[in-house]
Each structure stands twice: as structure tokens, then as C-alpha cells.
Design a protein around this ligand. Structure first.
Ligand code: 7TS
Length: 401
């Protein structure tokens, strides 16, 4: 696999000198995905599940075909794939539906300070409404979730465990399989936030044995506005819908209604048709690249980036032992948002901020960090330009001292 030929699929990479290192926020979108979304809009453009005419039948086949692609990607059943707007809405769906049904006074919900807000806040809400307790896995000295520390908070009161698979701010891979095994011994339900994992590593939900898992299309070469909630079939069946209206019903009386089977009872109204079809194309694209290549690129670029960054005095790296291509750092004495303006002048796109992980920022004693995050289309030359931008930012702000 040749990175330079892969880059030709990305308009911005060919037609500008952009160094794109904000992949943890969103990936770039390749031409085959854009073509497929255009195909739906231009050639079909109609609603699904109204299959009396040919166009609608074709759109339905593509929409449901995308669900099949997701099922194959995750190694689950077709009925276990619910399309959502993204990871956030998938995680909210589990909490608002299952969470509100099963959590009772005094129950414990385990999460961590390493979570993206989307993995933590839906459970904060459930805990507040049900007088349950949120319990946080103590992070180790590197701010990692470990099995050992998870055991310290797991108890007979644990009903739900909501954790990330890969941290968006630190790039750590959570030892989730062992955590799931231990949680199941206590009868707890485990929800895995895989927003950062799905783009970068193969996921087998049968092997993990997770109860729920969520990810977004836009971080893995797909469009914005589409995501997936995987749920074990028997659990999805027990869950009540949280949105009511078109498309999700069987029969409607004036004072009651019955609902379709999962996943359709959770996909209210006209679904995210173009989004799902685009996600299907993104899965095909990722499969054509291959997770082996993606992980190899992440490792090569991570090692090179860290090696080069360690040679620079006056920067603090918060996750020098990152497992992925996500590196969080600050230039000593410079606010990350100020530094970000210099990166932008160099046409190097990184993210400066709290990364929707304010509790983690507090653990790091920072208000924000600069985060560089790679994907398979990045090159060592990109990292060189990024390193130069750090030097420029340092020189610029040093001149004020
Ligand atoms: N969980 C993790 C681990 C994430 O990284 C993100 C998005 C989400 C959940 C929410 O996904 P969404 O598609 O619903 O927004 N993370 C980031 C980020 O790190 N920078 O911008 C978005």
C-alpha cells in the first residue's frame, strides 16, 4: 500500500499544502465516499422503506446494505445495528432508554475521568434522576485506565460500565475485553465508546462480548451526521424507544401504539439515508486500505512524531506512552489557543482545546492542550512540517520574553 497514491483520493491533500493532523476530531473524506453520497442525492434522492417504486427500492437496498456492511465490520447481526446521528446520540440513546429503565436508587455506574463528555454526561443525567452513584476508575500515574484499578471500583452494586476503547485526548487503548469479562461476572452492562477505535483498529463485538458499542462515520472517512449503536439483540429488544413518530410503528390507535422490531423502533422518521449510504462506502474504503496498514501507519507516525518532539526543549508531552497516533502537549508558557494560531499560519491543522474531556484536563492541571492526531494518509513529511511549526511557535512566543 502506497501512501502517496492513497492521498490522491483526498481532494484537499492533492490541491493544497495542508498538513491535516486533526483526525481525532474528524477524518478527511475520500472521493469514492463523496461519489457514493452524490450518487444517492443525484440519481436516487428518494425515501426508503416505501418500496412500491423502483427508485425507493434501490435506495432501501443501499441503506440496508450499509447496515449489512456495519454488521460485517463489527461481526454482529444485522438487527443489532442501529443508525444514529453519531457516537454522542448513540451513547445518549442507551442511557435515556436502557439506563432510565434499569438504574435504581443506590446503583453504581462506573465511568472514568478519561472519557469524552459524550460517554460520561448521559450517565451523569441518569445518576442524578435515579439517585444512583457515578463511580470513577482511578487513573494510573500516566492517566490510563487499568484492569487493576477497575477492580478497585467494581462491586455488587455496579449496574453499568461506560468506558472508552481509545481515549480521544491521550490515545490510550483501554484493556476493555478484560474489563467486560470482570463486569459481566457482576452482572453489569458494558457500553464501549469506540469513536476513536473504529477508525483505527478492527473491532469484533462477539469477541469483546460488549453489550453496546458506539462509533461515528465522520472519523472513519464517512460523512457527518451518521453513527452506529451496536447492541446485543436481547438488550435492544427490552429497550423502549425514546423518539416517537413516523417509520418506527406497527399500529397506531388514538391512545396507544405498537412499535417495530429493533433496529427500526429506534430510527424514528425519515432515516439518515445519504449518511448511511456514505458510511457503507467508507467501510468499503477502509476495508480496501486494511486495518493492518492503518495501524502500521499510526505506529510509524507516532514513533517518529514522539522521537522528533522529544528533541525539542520547552514542550511538555502529556502522553509520551500513547498507544496510537494521538499526542497531547503544550509549549511551556504559551496558551494552546495562541500556539494554534501559529500552526494555522503554517497550514498545519491541529486541535487546541479541552477535547470535550474537561475532567481529564483537570487531572493534567491544564485548561487545554494541543493535540496532533494522525491517520493513514499522513506522511513523515507531514510530521516534519508539524515539528517546524512547533519551532516557529516557540520562536515567536520566545521573542516576547
Ligand atoms: N467519544 C470519543 C472518544 C470521541 O473522540 C468523540 C468525538 C465522541 C465520543 C463524540 O463523537 P461525535 O461524532 O458524536 O461528536 N471526539 C472529538 C474530538 O476529539 N475532537 O472533536 C470531536
Amino acid at each position: 500500500m502506497d501512501v502517496h497514491s492513497i492521498r490522491k483520493d483526498f481532494y484537499i491533500l492533492v490541491n493544497s499544502d495542508l498538513v491535516y493532523l486533526d483526525n481525532a476530531a474528524s477524518s478527511l473524506k475520500p472521493k469514492p465516499v463523496i461519489d457514493m453520497i452524490n450518487f444517492y442525492n443525484e440519481r436516487l434522492g428518494v425515501n426508503v422503506h416505501r418500496g412500491v417504486y423502483r427508485l425507493s427500492h434501490e435506495a432501501t437496498e443501499l441503506y440496508e446494505g450499509a447496515r449489512e456492511k456495519v454488521a460485517k465490520l463489527l461481526n454482529c447481526r444485522f438487527e443489532e445495528v442501529v443508525f444514529t446521528r453519531g457516537t454522542s446520540s448513540a451513547l445518549n440513546l442507551v442511557a435515556s432508554s436502557l439506563g432510565m429503565q434499569i438504574i435504581e436508587l443506590g446503583d453504581e455506574i462506573i465511568t472514568s475521568e478519561l472519557e469524552h463528555h459524550s460517554s460520561m454526561l448521559p450517565w451523569q443525567n441518569v445518576a442524578r434522576k435515579k439517585n444512583a452513584k457515578l463511580v470513577f476508575v482511578p487513573l494510573d500515574e500516566d492517566k490510563r485506565i487499568t484492569v487493576e484499578n477497575f477492580k478497585k471500583v467494581l462491586s455488587d452494586k455496579t449496574k453499568v460500565v461506560a468506558l472508552n476503547y481509545i481515549s480521544n485526548a491521550m490515545g490510550y487503548i483501554t484493556p476493555i475485553k478484560e474489563i467486560i469479562r470482570l463486569a459481566h461476572e457482576k452482572g453489569a452492562i458494558v457500553i464501549v465508546d469506540s469513536a476513536q477505535a473504529a477508525p483505527h483498529m478492527p473491532i469484533d463485538v462477539k469477541d469483546l462480548d460488549c453489550d453496546f458499542l458506539a462509533f461515528s462515520g465522520h472519523k472513519m472517512c464517512g460523512p457527518t451526521g451518521i453513527g452506529v449503536l451496536y447492541g446485543k439483540h436481547h438488550l435492544l429488544q427490552t429497550m423502549e424507544p425514546v423518539e416517537f413518530g413516523g417509520d418506527m410503528i406497527d399500529t397506531v390507535e388514538l391512545s396507544c401504539a405498537t412499535f417495530k422490531e429493533t433496529p427500526y423502533k429506534f430510527e424514528t422518521g425519515t432515516p439518515i439515508i445519504g449518511g448511511a449510504i456514505g458510511l457503507g462506502a467508507a467501510i468499503d474504503y477502509i476495508n480496501s486500505i486494511g486495518y493492518d496498514f492503518i495501524m502500521q501507519q499510526d505506529n510509524i507516525l507516532r514513533d517518529y512524531m514522539l522521537q522528533e518532539m522529544k528533541n525539542i526543549n520547552g514542550i511538555t508531552i502529556y502522553n509520551p506512552k500513547t498507544d496510537t497516533g494521538i499526542v497531547s502537549f503544550n509549549i511551556d508558557g504559551v496558551h494552546p489557543h495562541d500556539a494554534a494560531t501559529v500552526f494555522d499560519q503554517e497550514n498545519v491543522a491541529i486541535r487546541a482545546g479541552h477535547h470535550c474531556a474537561q475532567p481529564l484536563m483537570r487531572c493534567l492541571n491544564q485548561v487545554a492542550t494541543i493535540r496532533a492526531s494522525t491517520y493513514f494518509y499522513n506522511t513523515k513529511e507531514d510530521i516534519d512540517r508539524f515539528i517546524q511549526a512547533i519551532h516557529k511557535a516557540k520562536a515567536f512566543f520566545d521573542s516576547f520574553i
